[in-house]
Design a protein around this ligand. Structure first.
Ligand SMILES: [Zn+2]
Length: 116
């Protein structure tokens, strides 16, 4: 499952950052704030489920995963401006052409986390 690998990489990031801050011990992280672009192929519900499973016994055991969706945006080559993008490969909402390069909404990153 795709989300399982994502959950593991999120945990990896959290563990790395926690270790750099001298934080260790099971369940020390209370919440993880994650930015997920609307154009990424991430299923938030599946990710929540997987996160719960992979964090067991880790520094983030029992941590709450807060997912913030980042709206999609693209640069239309035809209009020469940034336009909202609801899905990858959608036409430009202004001119209707398929010349939009996605500029935001495909990312997934750990914004911050909260310690218990
Ligand atoms: Zn356009």
């Amino acid at each position: 499952m795709h989300e399982m690998a994502l959950a593991e990489s999120i945990l990896g990031l959290v563990e790395e950052t926690a270790a750099a801050q001298g934080v260790s011990g099971v369940g020390r992280v209370r919440a993880v704030f994650l930015d997920v672009g609307e154009l990424s192929s991430v299923e938030p519900e599946a990710l929540l489920f997987c996160f719960d499973a992979v964090t067991r016994g880790s520094v983030a055991d029992g941590a709450r995963l807060e997912i913030q969706r980042i709206p999609g945006q693209g640069w239309c080559l035809n209009c020469s401006r940034t336009v909202p993008l609801a899905a990858l490969y959608d036409p430009c909402p202004e001119c209707g052409r398929h010349q939009v390069q996605p500029t935001a909404g495909q990312e997934m990153r750990v914004r911050e986390f909260e310690l218990a």
